[in-house]
Design a protein around this ligand. Structure first.
Ligand code: C2E
Ligand code: CA
Ligand code: CA
Length: 682
């Protein structure tokens, strides 16, 4: 019997291929487990083909490396089968390690299956050698090769699973693992070969092909396949890492944004939005568990003075210090929020009203010590009001309102303390609450009305248009004028839907008049500051114009100076956009606000309405006459039409006309009336 001899170069190549196949396996496992759906399947199938071919090629080249003088033929069927077994084992191995958790229960049988696969591949490959006389097997070596195959498979699976997600930093570790796995694969092969004793020196007869050429061909193809697979997998891994980085920074930005929307940026306390949500939850929880909770309104006494005297910086620092002190006595479940300049609210779980009293007392005490805001020593105190759910209010609105009323009661009775809400405490607040509840449903119940006051051309006395003025037909109180409900509507935000109703109704009415032949009339609508700050305002207005077929220049938006000054930059932007679309703007109540001339110049208005306070006192000479003539002169240089409102006497009418006011409006000429009273003369 002859010992086997090997070609050292081919042996070396077989080792390199084994290591590369192992390296591919590690990469593929990472790809499969981090991809999803179709991509995962592609990696699994492509990866196992590359890996299987790699492992198989290693064995095949290992066999070719054997120097022999005996004649050998390879059965193509069995050779192909051995390759298929290699691919199938790879597929199984990759699938096994791509799961989230690899337990011993799974790893052990997995190693057995894979080891069996490798052993089968090897011995099928050997069986493909058609040698005569037949190979003599040494079963001790066969057993050893099977043991090595099992241990190697087991170790390979475990290493691959562990290292599949490791990043580039451990590339060296991965490479080491690939080397060990490669040596194990090759080791199994060469032990298997030791088991085979060829009775006669073989001469290679690979169907006429030179054995070395076959080895080179198989090596090149295998290296090519493995190389391509590795390259693609590395590119994909890089891409995936970049995408993951982007996704995580996006997620971070999102959380920050969400936080900003719910948090007061200065004190980091919840803001009004989040607080209302918590209050809502507290009410549901309280209903479920039949337990009360306390809502406390807190307002600092003397904060405004500090802000005015020392500036906003100091004011901000004081607010942060106050926040800290307010948090000291709080324990258990609570929500402390800042809902306005120096307004805080607290939601706290309580067993009995006494708990709320103790808490309120502790909070008041905590603020009643000087604050050191370098270099100042500042003194502020706390006024609080408490409402208990469900006793002092059935819903969020009532509860907030009543806690607020109790807080005002504290303010009016000496500050620096707290009061529980009591129904008798504040009938005004009660009425306001009732009115507010009614106001919420006024629009849907169809209680809103518009009255129209005519505007006249001063010289000819013809009507040039109307101003729409809101009225509320209250079910018990009768027709209410805006000063009775507008402040409330503005405070609660109801002004937004209400204002939209006004715009639409005014446009609808004008459309009706136009249909009856009045094409020269314009319509003026008043806008509140809150409405003016709505991003959807322009859209709403344009939609109303379109739906009632009103030319934009027939609509005049009346905005007071104070409204426009609330957010000057935005006001200029909104009015500019609207005038570009053709809508006209009018500056209402002129003379009562800031009257910044520079700013006025930037507002794209076409009309200026002198406030009726000036008109009221108007006599031949005197201060008001001087102011009115100055306003008229100013308006003329700015190319604005001047409207005088509140004209009640003939004397005022003549004087204003003389001064150069082009339009007049007032009780003398026409009171605000319902549309049904306005006669159309054609
Ligand atoms: P305004 O824009 O200055 O409207 C003129 C107010 O003066 C009207 O009061 C009108 O009835 C009254 N008025 C007209 N001529 C005379 C007069 O000769 N003498 C006197 N003493 N008063 C006269 P009204 O209708 O009570 O409206 C009060 C304010 O409510 C309005 O002041 C306006 O700022 C606001 N308003 C009215 N309707 C709306 C609306 O639909 N939306 C908004 N946001 N505000 C509105
Ligand atoms: Ca007005
Ligand atoms: Ca006015």
């Amino acid at each position: 019997m002859l010992a086997n001899h090997y070609d050292p170069l081919l042996v070396a190549i077989s080792f390199v291929i084994a290591i590369l196949a192992a390296w591919t396996a590690l990469n593929m496992a990472g790809r499969v487990s981090t991809s999803e759906g179709r991509a995962a399947w592609l990696w699994l199938s492509g990866g196992s083909i590359a890996m299987g071919i790699g492992v198989w090629a290693m064995h095949f080249i290992g066999m070719l490396a054997m120097d022999s003088v005996m004649s050998v033929r390879y059965s193509p069927g069995l050779t192909a089968l051995s390759m298929l077994v290699a691919i199938a084992s790879s597929l199984f191995a990759l699938w096994l390690v791509s799961v989230d958790k690899l337990r011993l229960k799974r790893l052990l049988p997995g190693g057995v299956v894979m080891g069996t696969g490798v052993v089968s591949m090897h011995y099928i490959g050997m069986a493909a050698m058609e040698v005569d006389p037949a190979i003599v097997w040494d079963y001790r070596w066969v057993t050893l090769s099977v043991i090595i195959a099992l241990i190697a498979s087991f170790a390979a699976l475990w290493l691959t699973f562990r290292l599949r997600h490791e990043a580039a930093q451990v590339a060296l570790m991965r490479f080491g693992a690939a080397v060990i796995m490669g040596i194990a694969i090759a080791g199994m092969h060469y032990t298997g070969m030791m088991a085979a004793h060829f009775p006669q020196q073989m001469t290679m007869d690979h169907r006429g092909v030179d054995g070395n050429w076959l080895a080179v061909l198989v090596s090149v193809i295998t290296l090519f396949i493995l190389g391509i697979t590795l390259l693609i997998s590395m590119l994909d891994a890089r891409l995936q890492a970049r995408t993951a980085l982007l996704a995580s920074s996006l997620a971070k930005a999102n959380t920050e944004l969400a936080q900003l929307a719910l948090q007061d940026p200065l004190t980091r306390l919840p803001n009004r939005v989040l607080f209302e949500d918590r209050l809502d939850q507290a009410i549901s929880q309280s209903n479920r568990e039949e337990r009360p909770f306390a809502l406390m309104f807190m307002d600092l006494d003397g904060f405004k003075a500090v802000n005015d005297a020392f500036g906003h910086d100091v004011g901000d620092k004081l607010l942060m210090a106050v926040t800290e002190r307010l948090q000291e006595p709080l324990e258990g479940q609570y929500t402390l929020a800042r809902i306005g300049g120096d307004e805080f609210v607290l939601l706290a779980d309580i067993q009995a009203p006494d708990d709320a009293a103790r808490l309120a007392d502790a909070l008041v005490q905590s603020i009643d010590k000087p604050f050191i805001i370098d270099p100042y020593e500042l003194v502020v105190t706390l006024s609080a009001g408490i409402a208990i759910y469900p006793h002092d209010g059935q819903n969020e609105r009532e509860l907030m309102f009543n806690a607020d009323a109790a807080m005002y009661h504290t303010k009016h009775s000496g500050r620096n303390g707290y009061h529980f809400f009591q129904p008798s405490m504040n009938t005004f607040a009660q009425q306001q609450l009732q009115l507010m509840n009614d106001l919420w449903v006024a629009e849907e119940r169809g209680e809103l009305r518009l009255h129209y006051q005519p505007k006249f051309e001063a010289l000819s006395g013809t009507i040039i248009g109307f101003e729409a003025l809101l009225r509320w037909e209250h079910p018990t109180k009768g027709l209410l004028s805006p000063d009775l409900f507008l402040p409330l509507a503005e405070k609660t935000g109801i002004i937004i839907p209400m204002g939209n109703w006004v715009i639409n109704e005014a446009c609808r009415q004008l459309g009706e008049w136009r249909a009856q032949g009045q094409h020269s009339w314009s319509m003026a609508v008043n806008l509140s500051a809150l409405q003016f700050e709505q991003p959807t305002l322009i859209e709403t207005i344009m939609a109303c114009l379109v739906s009632h077929a009103i030319p934009p220049e027939m609509l005049i938006l009346e905005v007071t100076e104070t409204t426009a000054m609330h957010n000057p930059e935005q006001s200029v932007a909104v009015l500019t956009r609207l005038t570009e679309l053709g809508v006209k703007a009018s500056i209402d109540d002129f003379g009562t606000g800031y009257s910044s001339l520079l700013y006025l110049k930037r507002l794209p208005a076409s009309e200026l309405k002198i406030d009726r306070a000036f008109v009221k006192e108007l006599k031949g000479e005197g201060e008001d006459a001087t102011i009115v003539s100055a306003i008229v002169a100013l308006a003329q240089t700015l190319n604005l039409r001047v409207v005088a409102e509140g004209v009640e006497t003939q004397e005022q009418r003549e004087f204003l006309t003389q001064l150069g006011c082009s339009t007049l409006q007032g009780y003398l000429l026409g009171r605000p009336v319902g549309a049904e009273t306005i006669r159309i003369e054609s």
